[in-house]
Write a protein that binds this ligand. Structure first.
Ligand code: MLT
Length: 394
């Protein structure tokens, strides 16, 4: 299907409805190729990514397993094209590539690329595809990752593009790791269905919240609370998306009153790199949208506190050691989920699953494994006993 993009100029393509564009970006061989936006994922796709995430995470704990994984994609090369600042997303993609053996090169300073000589964006991207098998890309422009995918779909050497953050718009791989973190946080609490998620901060320009809200719409009876200072409320396109999906949400500036009912709180910083004209955030106070150590007493005992990081004053560092603080795990989960996404995208999923099945068979012959659990279809139940088995092999 992706070749059909050739029937459109970029301007015509970009004007198509998102659902149609997402279909045109797909290839027939695999349903996860480019990762461009949250809307392209459904529940089966999430389950598939998280099943592989758990497997990779478990296998990596042993020397044999880590060596097996590191040999899966040694023949592949990745371009990490980060035209905007990044610590976690860059490092987690880099380490995810390391886990799978993918060799990486990066362009992080565009003043060192031929873009400064006037090379077009399309030519830069096509040049990357001459040398690399996947492009992980962060850009300040909102449709640039999709534009890159379009350019490659039209070319004779298409390679997958993974959006690692596009302007103020989307951060789909962050949303994937956020859902994974929520899923694990609510493992013994009935999962994400029916939970109340409170988002706080600069919601108008926070791409992580925009993508995550859309993925949350895939779950049943989720209730979303958006709490932002005046002028920085969640944009209408996301609210319309949630309306269309029948997701219940409210908007409020009374952040504190919502703390006792939240099952998860997702804090975000002021996105002042996008400041312009009169909309200068430095002149505003975010104190009313900050989570302080004293607030912990108001929270549910199992409330999960998330933050995509980096943080500023909106999240008190004294909270870090509270068991409800999940943001450091969230950061590490980024490496595992991105490794799973890369493995699926690059065609290593089936081999890794086969290795896992072999381990399960070996584990089932030992006394430490409950055979009933091994027959279970529930990945989370299956995963823990095999992990116990693996730890004894080390
Ligand atoms: C992002 O890239 O959007 C971040 O990880 C979150 C932020 O910068 O606030």
């Amino acid at each position: 299907m992706s070749k059909e993009c050739r029937n459109f100029t970029w301007e015509e393509f970009a004007a198509l409805p998102l659902g149609q564009r997402n279909l045109l970006h797909c290839r027939e061989e695999t349903d996860i190729y480019h990762t461009l936006n949250a809307e392209q994922f459904d529940r089966p796709a999430l389950d598939r990514i998280y099943t592989l995430t758990n497997i990779i995470r478990s296998i990596s704990k042993t020397k044999n397993g880590a060596t097996y994984l590191a040999n899966r994609l040694r023949h592949q090369r990745a371009m990490l094209y980060f035209a905007q600042a990044s610590t976690r997303t860059y490092l987690s993609f880099k380490t995810a590539c390391d886990i799978l053996g993918i060799r990486c090169t990066d362009v992080r300073d565009t003043s060192t690329s031929s873009e400064v000589k006037g090379e077009s964006f399309g030519d830069t991207i096509r040049t990357f595809s001459s040398y690399f098998d996947v492009i992980v890309m962060r850009h300040s422009g909102e449709q640039m990752a999709e534009h890159a995918a379009y350019v490659l779909n039209c070319s004779d050497r298409p390679v997958p593009v993974l959006n690692a953050g596009s302007g103020k718009d989307q951060h789909p791989t962050q949303a994937l790791l956020d859902i994974y973190t929520l899923r694990r946080s609510f493992e013994t609490e009935g999962g994400i269905n029916g939970k109340t998620i409170l988002f706080a901060g600069d919601l108008a320009r926070g791409r992580t919240v925009r993508s995550l809200s859309k993925l949350l719409a895939l779950f049943d009876n989720v209730h979303i609370i958006f709490s932002a200072p005046s002028g920085f409320e969640m944009k209408s396109d996301v609210l319309q998306f949630l309306d269309a999906k029948g997701v219940h949400y409210i908007q409020t500036q009374d952040f504190l009153s919502q703390l006792p009912i939240a099952d998860a709180i997702y804090m975000t910083r002021v996105q002042d790199e996008h400041d312009s004209g009169e909309n200068r955030t430095s002149q505003r106070s975010y104190a009313d949208f900050s989570l302080r150590y004293e607030h912990l007493a108001l929270l549910k005992p199992k409330c999960a506190i998330l933050h995509p990081l980096p943080r500023r004053d909106e999240l008190d560092a004294k909270i870090d050691n509270d068991p409800r603080a999940k943001y450091w795990r969230q950061e590490r989960n980024g490496m595992w989920t991105r490794a799973a996404l890369l493995a699926i995208t690059m065609g290593a999923e089936l081999q890794i699953q086969e290795y896992w099945r072999d381990l399960s068979r070996q584990a089932s012959h030992t006394a430490i494994i409950d055979k009933e659990l091994l027959r279970s279809e529930d990945d989370d139940k299956l995963w823990k006993p095999i992990e116990r088995y693996l730890s004894l092999q080390n």
